[in-house]
Design a protein around this ligand. Structure first.
Ligand SMILES: *[C@@H]1O[C@H](CO)[C@@H](O)[C@H](O)[C@H]1NC(C)=O
Ligand SMILES: *[C@@H]1O[C@H](CO)[C@@H](O)[C@H](O)[C@H]1NC(C)=O
Ligand SMILES: *[C@@H]1O[C@H](CO)[C@@H](O)[C@H](O)[C@H]1NC(C)=O
Length: 360
């Protein structure tokens, strides 16, 4: 039998190890319905779907994530949870963006990825590459800003009609997400908007102020100028200190998947979309919400039209955020983004949902 004088130190040691375990547990929550396969996992045992078939998380860690400066910290499924090994400071994020933005650009967007950047763009071949060429640089036919003078009509539109203005059912997911996560009296920023339906969805959720960052000049209807304003991306970046950690929420739908592909006359940048996520993170308050929609499917680039986000690129995009909910537009309620749902469409097929993320 153990005598009490021996049991006590033993208990202390046990308590010590339990506390170490609690302290070392990564501070990342899972989205409802997501499976955390194991916190002591052998990454070779867990596979996600790619255009090459099922690939282990160990292989992705070595061949993709580490090359981009990330590492898997939890084998969550269908999107592994990553940490960035050397997260850039906000100063770096904005100054790098500005440097790249000022590089000289071709008159006509290129139709093939430059050979020396191919591996970065295709995630070292783990992203499928297809072609779908669009030239929207200074295009007259392309979409132009619309309905900024009709805000008083938009503000009264029913859910389906407002959400459906630009993207049909997919756009309704933004309206639903902002109703489920009310934004009463909050202030936020919207990235990239041809039509003000995201902004109006935010106003309908109780928002008091919304700033739109957009390449086109917008003329906002007079009665809304107390609640809405707009700024060009270059001015937003130049004055970023003014916005650092300031917004309660940010929103963007069908915009950042284009960043860095050159289609809109923007500079070629393999991680243009990831830079946008880091910029948004810098201007959100801790705990601030991000409502974001971009194409979901199996990882692919249809050059130069857009990227499609699957298990690999989604993992990198989500860094620094906790995934709270996913809305599809099919129902006002959120759904679980299972592997089946993520890969429901064939390769190069896509669906745009609104993901609700919280800045960690
Ligand atoms: C990617 O694929 C190309 C040809 O499709 C090949 O030349 C290249 O070596 C591959 N790169 C990697 C890292 O596998
Ligand atoms: C929003 O602000 C108004 C005026 O300050 C206040 O009356 C109202 O209760 C606030 N609403 C919420 C949900 O906080
Ligand atoms: C926006 O307005 C400014 C100043 O009026 C002008 O220089 C610029 O070309 C305009 N940009 C677009 C995209 O129309």
């Amino acid at each position: 039998m153990l005598c009490p004088s021996r049991v006590f130190p033993l208990l202390l040691i046990i308590v010590f190890f339990i506390m170490i375990g609690v302290l070392l547990k990564p501070n990342v929550d899972l989205a409802p319905g997501w499976k955390d396969l194991s916190s002591h996992a052998n990454l070779a045992d867990y596979k996600v779907k790619t255009h090459k078939g099922y690939v282990s998380m160990e292989e992705l860690n070595e061949n993709v994530f580490q090359k981009f400066g990330y590492e898997i910290i939890r084998p969550t499924y269908p999107v592994p949870t990553l940490k960035m090994t050397h997260e850039p400071t906000c100063d770096n994020v904005f100054s790098e963006w500005k440097r790249i933005f000022k590089l000289p650009q071709p008159d006509i967007p290129v139709d093939t990825i430059p050979a020396d950047r191919l591996e970065e763009f295709t995630l070292y071949n783990y992203t499928a590459l297809g072609s779908f060429y669009k030239n929207d640089k200074n295009s007259k036919e392309g979409e132009r800003p619309r309905n900024w003078d009709k805000l008083s009509e938009l503000i009264k539109m029913p859910r389906q009609q407002l959400g459906g203005l630009a993207y049909g059912k997919d756009g309704v997911s933004m309206f639903d997400a902002m109703q489920a996560h009310r934004l009463d009296n909050m202030s936020g920023v919207v990235i990239g908007s041809m039509q003000p339906w995201v902004e109006v969805s935010a106003l309908r959720s109780g928002v008091s102020k919304v700033l739109t960052v957009e390449y086109n000049n917008l003329t906002i209807q007079e009665e809304f100028k107390n609640r809405m304003s707009a700024i060009l991306p270059i001015d937003f970046v130049t004055n970023w200190h003014q916005y650092a950690g300031k917004f309660d929420f940010a929103a963007s739908f069908s915009s950042i998947e284009h960043s860095g592909l050159g289609r809109y006359g923007d500079p070629m940048d393999p991680i243009g979309d990831i830079r946008e996520m880091l910029k948004i993170k810098c201007v959100l308050k801790p705990g601030g919400l991000l409502f974001i929609g971009f194409p979901l499917g199996t990882d692919a680039i249809q050059f130069n039209a857009h990227r499609i986000y699957g298990s690999i690129r989604l993992a990198m995009m989500m860094y620094g955020f906790e995934w709270i909910d996913t809305f599809s537009g099919d129902s006002e309620q959120p759904n679980d983004l299972t592997s089946e749902r993520l890969h429901a469409a064939p390769l190069f097929g896509l669906v745009q949902n609104t993901l609700v993320l919280r800045k960690i």
